[in-house]
Design a protein around this ligand. Structure first.
Ligand code: PPE
Length: 307
């Protein structure tokens, strides 16, 4: 996805120019993937630009850092304020925010202990991650031949940079085979998630999603959609899903900050339901898109105004 440069980037407590936000080639994080990041959306809400579930995202960033044994030099409040400052400095109304922290330059060798930690926050405009057409009519996915990394190899529940080689391989394979996205299975051959999305399945009126110990990222959109569905009186069950069960689904959809709620219309060349976004997916997608834009008073606490 191409992005347009914006004016300012937050680096270690200061706003610097977009062009100056460069990284030295000897950065530990570049060589070994030793970093953590976040993806957050800011929406042009009814009462002005507002960041969706900002605190939860920054909390996850701190927990991801803790999981990879990294102590971030900033806390929740500093990171949250910095994100707002970055949006404001660029006069953005609706955007994607990418905080990232990684080990910088000191020497060479796999052990990063004692290396400086660099923290950046970038904000830029971002459209529909899986396309407007995908949002409306659903996307085509396949089952990846790459298994999702497991918790015995890396902290699979952390949003850690190195973990994304796994996602990148899986999504490249999907694209090379003519699909829009991929579904990865875990080491136990159970459904885990997409390359950058969590998965939900609707079957006989029940909403199912893999549990955290299936080796998934604890998605904030996943959590939001579960709460929204429950508030609508729909049961959501965290349950392991086998690959073959995907073929019996009435509906499948992905959730993610970037992907929001994206319907899946085809899996492994088999239509999902009647091959069009189903009623549960549509109602949850509409509700979610209303909530993030501040159109539903009940969920205003999820929006953090930038002003
Ligand atoms: N699983 C993975 C592997 C993942 O990367 C994401 C976010 C999710 C689930 C959904 O989590 P949440 O955003 O909290 O609902 N993926 C990010 C996109 C990665 C990219 O840079 O591209 C995102 O949606 O921001």
């Amino acid at each position: 996805m191409k992005i347009q440069p914006t004016g300012k980037i937050w680096k270690n407590g200061k706003l610097i120019d977009w062009e100056d936000a460069t990284v030295h080639v000897m950065s530990h994080g570049l060589h070994y993937g030793t970093g953590v990041f976040e993806g957050i959306r800011c929406y042009d809400a009814a009462a002005g630009p507002a960041i969706f579930r900002l605190k939860e995202h920054m909390k996850r960033m701190l927990l991801s850092a803790n999981s990879i044994n990294m102590k971030l030099p900033y806390g929740m409040t500093e990171l949250s304020n910095a994100a707002k400052e970055t949006v404001k400095a660029n006069k953005l109304r609706s955007c994607y925010i990418r905080p990232i922290a990684f080990y910088g330059v000191q020497g060479v060798g796999v052990n990063p202990m004692g290396y400086p930690i660099e923290v950046f926050i970038v904000a830029f405009e971002l459209g529909a991650y899986l396309g407007d057409e995908g949002m409306k009519n659903g996307i085509r996915v396949h089952t990846s031949s790459w298994h999702r990394i497991g918790g015995g190899m890396v902290p699979a529940t952390a949003k850690a940079c190195g973990d994304y080689l796994n996602s990148a391989l899986a999504v490249m394979e999907a694209k090379q085979n003519g699909f829009d996205e991929t579904i990865m299975l875990n080491e136990l051959h159970m459904v885990a998630e997409g390359s950058g999305e969590n998965l939900f399945m609707v079957k006989d009126g029940r909403i199912l999603t893999p549990p955290l110990n299936a080796g998934i990222l604890p998605g904030i959109t996943r959590d939001s959609v579960m709460k929204i569905a429950e508030d609508m009186g729909k049961d959501v069950v965290e349950q392991n899903i086998a690959r073959s069960e995907l073929y019996l689904a009435d509906e499948l959809f992905f959730t993610g900050t970037a992907a929001e709620v994206t319907p899946i219309r085809e899996v492994d060349r088999r239509p999902v339901g009647d091959g069009r976004p189903g009623p549960v997916t549509k109602v949850l997608q509409t509700k979610f898109l209303d909530i993030v834009r501040g159109k539903d008073k009940k969920y205003l606490a999820w929006l953090d105004p930038v002003k």
